[in-house]
Design a protein. Sequence first.
Length: 479
Amino acid sequence: MPVLLIELLTEELPPKALRELSDSFASKLFFDLQKANFLADKATVSPFASPRRLAAVISSVAERSPDSEREVQGPSTSAPQQAVAGFAKKNGVAVEALKKQQTAKGEVYVARSKTPGRALAEVLPEFVASAVKALPVPKIMRWGAGDAQFVRPVHGLVMLHGSKVVAGKVLGLESGRSTSGHRFLGKGEISLAEAGEYETKLRDQGMVIADFAQRRSEIEKQLQAEVKRQNASLGEYKALLDEVTALVEFPSVYVGTFDKAYLEVPQECLILTMRQNQKYFPLFDAAGKLLPKFLIVSNMQVADPRHIVSGNERVVRPRLEDARFFYNQDRKVRLETRVPQLAKVVYHNKLGSQLERVQRVQLLAGSIARQLKADAAAAERAAGSPKPICSPAWSASFPSCRASWAATTRCTTASLPRSPTPSTRTTARASPAIGCRKETSRAPWRSPTSSTRWRGSSVLASSPPARRIPSACAAPPLE
C-alpha cells in the first residue's frame, strides 16, 4: 500500500510549541485513519516540523477502507410485533432478515448489517481538519478575507497518496503536490512526484531539514565541533537547543564575541540575556567562568559569515550595556539606604507595608534563634537582608539574577538600619498566619528591660542585653 503525505505550509510557527504541535498533528491523523480501518498492521507515522511547516508521512495507507459487518441485538422474540418492526427499520433491514440468537437474557432478535467501505478522498479532508482543530494552541488567528483560523496563516496544503493528489479543501486551501523550501536558500516551489520523496527533495532542493530530531542532532553536532575548536564548554544548553531547532530550517553555527568589559557584570545575567533574549549559546572555560564569546545558530549557510556575525554582535551589545548600566547604577547606592523604601510597598492592606513585614519576620527570627541558642543578631540580619535586594532597578530588570546581585555586593555585615530605641512609638504587627498577639512595650525592638510573650505560639523570649546592630554594607566601588 502506498505512503500518505499531509503537509501544512505556514508562516513561522511558535518555536516553543513546535515539537508538541508536530507530534499532536501526526498522532491525531494516524489515530483517525487507524480507527477508520485505512491502515495496515505494519503502518507507521513519521512527524515532520520546521518553522514553516507541519507534516506527517504515514506508511501503508489503503485507498479505500474495507467493508464491515455489524451485529446489533434487539428486543426479545416475545416482544410486540410493533417493537420488532421498529428495530428492523432502525437498522435498515427487513423484519424477515432478522435472526434469532440465544443470550443470557433469553432469545432475542439480531440485526446483521453490512457497511460499505469509504474512499480515502472522502474522509481525509475531514481528518486533517479535525487534527488541526485538536492542536494544543492557546490562541488562533484569522488572515485575509476568509474565515479560516489557525495559530499562523497557512499558505499551502499537500495531500499526496503515493503519486496521486487527494482532492480536498482544508482551511480554505485546495490540496496539491507542491511545497516550498528555504526562504532564501531553496529553489522556490518544489513539485513532489510521490509522497515518499518528501524528506529527500526538501533537503536536496529546498535546503530544509524537515525532521525535527535530525535537525536538532545536526545543530548539536555543529555546536560541539565549534566548542572543541574554541577550547570551551556550553554549560546547560539542552532547553535552548530545542527552541533554536524550532527557529531554523537549515542550521549553521558561527562564533560571535563581545567586549570583555561586560564581564564585570554578574555572569548569570549576561547568560540570561544571551540565552533568553538572543537565543545564543554562551561559552565557558574549564572552571565554568563565562568567556566573551558565544555561538550563533543561523538559518543561513554562507561562505563568508562576517555580516551575520557582526550583525548579531551589534544586536547583543545594547542588551549587555543595559545590564552593565543598571548594575553600576545600583553600586552607587548603599544597600542599607534602600531598606526604608520598603515602607512604600504594600504587603497587604490589613498587614501593612513590606518594611513592617520584614520587622515582624526579624522579630520572630531573633526569638527562635535565642530558643535554639543560636546567633540572634545573624538570624535577624538574614531575615531582613533579602527584601531590599528586590527593589533596585538592576534586579527588577533581571529578576532571576537577584541572588547574583546580592553576592556581588560583598556585604561584610548587616544592611539594616540601627535598632530603634524603646521610645520609638511604632508597634510591630503580628502576622495572623501564625496566630500570634504581642504583649510588650510599644517598640518593635526590645529594650534591655523588656520581655516579649507571644500568645498562640511557643516562643517565650527575654531580651538580651542592649546591643547595637552594625550597618556597614559597603558596595564595591566603581572603577
